[in-house]
Ligand binder design. Sequence first.
Ligand SMILES: *Cc1c(COP(=O)(O)O)cnc(C)c1O
Length: 407
Amino acid sequence: MGNFEDSRSVVRRTRLARSASRPLVTPLEPSVVYTTESPDELDAIYEGRVPGHTYAREGHPNADVLAAKIDWLEGAEDGLLTGSGMAALSAILMGVLIEGDHVIGGNQLYGRSMRMLRQELPRMGFGVSLADPTDPQSIADAIRPETRMIVVETVSNPTLRVADIPAIAEIAAREEVLLVVDNTFTTPRAFRPFEHGADILFHSVTKLLAGHSDATLGYVAARDPELRGEIRDTATTWGFTPSPYDCWLAERGLHSFALRYDRAQENAAELAEFLDSLDGVKEVIYPGLMRHPDHARANRLFAGMFGNIVSFRVPGGREVANRLVRAAGNIAFAPTLGDVATTLSHPASSSHRGLRPAERDALGMTEGFFRISVGIEDIELLKAEFEAAIGAALSTEAPAQESSGQD
Ligand SMILES: *Cc1c(COP(=O)(O)O)cnc(C)c1O
């Protein structure tokens, strides 16, 4: 075996002793590189004749373990982990698009996805149009001969509009265009895009799947094996690699995913009703509420699973918003979603800060507009905290005119 097992050097690695027992917990394997017995053995690995890893950018055990679990949840095969949700989208775009291609994106995508479509793709010479995914006709109207893919989210942030994915899938199939679905908000617990005609799906695993705000990861799956291979190869070449540590943490998070999702959703439904009953709250948005414009579609597509995100609006400008956040001091004010604990975010100062006040107002995102990512806490605690925070925000000032502040 030569130097590899030379016990006279503390510098060289020592093999773990053979053991009749195995660790219960998936080992964390941070190794960047893998040793093999011989060039013949390495050939066998590269040619896929025997299983094995070579170099961590090309794949590693912690990513494999996590991918297999998300595959199972999504009814997908051979999914790929990436270093972030944005890396997952990048792998899809860079792996599939060729010069001259045109992409149709949903008109209310996640902020960075929107930036990818509006700034990065045109910079590289790709054509991009935006269309309304709740209105399949607007997608059909945007199709051009060179359209290669449609990118939509199941539920838009933070206005929680529900895309008509089955109708868009029909258009995509007819026009021979790929349908790419970002399933971050709904998760496979509520919606499995491949069962509704999507060709490619992706996730920000960072959010609900990992669930503890301590791992940044993405996931991609494609139905067509050839496309899958191209996306994987592109991700390896561009270096969209996930960290073993993050995969290991996310696997641990995933163990409780179904329990967390169900509890958070139950809380969200009850909190939505409660906010609706409070004096001073002007609007509550939750797909589970009967009056939500897409309630019927959400009911049909998500089988009664309306998710853990609730948005609401109180009257007033930035002062009221500041007071509400300060008065809700035990609820983290943080621009993310899907944590075990409830987090509160304010689109006007975070995800939608790039818009002019009038544009935000047109979308209903006034200074008093908030999004809650509901966690798994005791619901009575959440109700009491929100009641107190909203009361404190509105009490010292008579409900002012709706305003987006001065800037
Ligand atoms: C957060 C998020 C992303 C981006 O994921 P990262 O892991 O932050 O890169 C994409 N889409 C949606 C819907 C998200 O919420």
